[in-house]
Ligand binder design. Sequence first.
Ligand code: COA
Length: 182
Amino acid sequence: MSNQSLIYHQECSASSLQNVVLRAPELKDGMAVFRLVERCPPLDINSSYCNLLQCGHFSDTSVTADMDGELVGFISGYVVPERTNTLFIWQVAVAEQARGLGLASRMLAHILTRLASQNINYLETTITQDNQASWALFKSIATKLSADFQSSAWLDRETHFDGLHHSEMLVRIGPFRKLREM
Ligand SMILES: CC(C)(COP(=O)(O)OP(=O)(O)OC[C@H]1O[C@@H](n2cnc3c(N)ncnc32)[C@H](O)[C@@H]1OP(=O)(O)O)[C@@H](O)C(=O)NCCC(=O)NCCS
């Protein structure tokens, strides 16, 4: 982390995310999301068109986090068409200067709260074997939801990615009934 990022990080910690505004994305957020994802390896960079669709068609199941007018967090999600009790989390991105403050957890809680009337009781996502931050995030969420955490092989490097991408494990969390404090 650069010195400038470190100072910003400390300022963020001091304010405990008080200046962060969480909301449903709007179409006009698409390019800012594209640039945030670009700054968040190992996330796959999607086309700007894809990010625009996420902010438009999938706004109800996604969230943006603004801090002092800057986009510092984004989660894209959708309800699985064949299993409407399941929220699939596509990508979670938190800008480097806002990490370690509970922002990703809070963004997920925000989506689940907005969907409270929709009988969502499972969360799914995929995680590559080596993404320790992502495993920690979703295990922590399972604990906060008092829900089972299961992982299984799903998208295989050779079978599905032609050897061009690490395998993605499918993580399934649930059933859960209500949010504890996140
Ligand atoms: C993964 C990522 C979204 C986490 O965001 P964050 O706002 O820092 O996460 P939180 O502060 O909400 O932390 C949630 C939990 O994960 C843990 N965690 C977060 N980053 C971690 C890391 N690098 N190593 C180990 N644990 C980590 C936290 O300690 C916390 O656990 P706790 O609730 O038991 O205390 C962020 O690091 C990021 O954007 N990384 C790059 C993109 C990526 O890998 N996205 C995830 C794949 S979809």
